[in-house]
Design a protein around this ligand. Structure first.
Ligand code: THU
Length: 161
């Protein structure tokens, strides 16, 4: 028997002012995207933006539905759009933010498990680390240099063959 532990390295910045220009721009687009959310049920607007290896920046937001499970998170909205519009183009970075109509979110919003599962596969297909940049409506920014540390014991395609 041996005890093991999972390490999840990340960097915390006090605010967007501390980010480099590329990350700050991607987060700015994510904030814009949050305004486009269709979230009449949760009233929780999430915005996501990706930067692709060809320089294209795309954005997405959460889109809800009266049949609740039919909605989709902002992260998967933009990642699926990127993969379908630019197949074969690596996704370099993903920025995520959110605002709520009931309170100010002043801590970084971390992607849900289902989105992390998708992010890992996007990272594998991209063959490079997928940088993840998370912020609330205001406040500190968390940056992960890759996705695998965000999703311990991920379900991988190797199990399927
Ligand atoms: N949501 C996202 O868009 N991304 C996440 O990572 C977590 C949750 C959305 C789904 C739903 O529309 C709302 O936030 C409340 O859960």
């Amino acid at each position: 028997m041996k005890k093991e532990q999972f390490i999840c390295p990340y960097v915390v910045y006090d605010g967007v002012e501390e980010l480099d220009a590329q990350d700050a721009e991607l987060m700015r687009v994510a904030h814009e995207a949050a305004k486009t959310a269709y979230a009449p049920y949760s009233k929780f607007n999430v915005g996501a933006a990706v930067r692709l290896a060809n320089g294209v920046i795309m954005r997405g937001s959460n889109i809800e539905n009266a049949a609740y499970p039919s909605g989709l998170c902002a992260e998967r909205t933009v990642l699926f759009a990127a993969m379908s519009q630019y197949p074969g183009v690596a996704v370099e970075a993903l920025a995520v933010t959110a605002f709520s109509r009931s309170k100010t979110i002043a801590e970084p919003v971390a992607p849900c498990g289902a989105c992390r599962q998708v992010m890992v596969e996007v990272e594998q297909v991209s063959k490079r680390p997928l940088r993840v940049i998370c912020q609330g409506e205001v406040g500190p920014v968390m940056v992960f240099d890759g996705v695998e540390s965000l999703m311990p014991f991920i379900f991988l395609d190797k199990f399927l063959s």
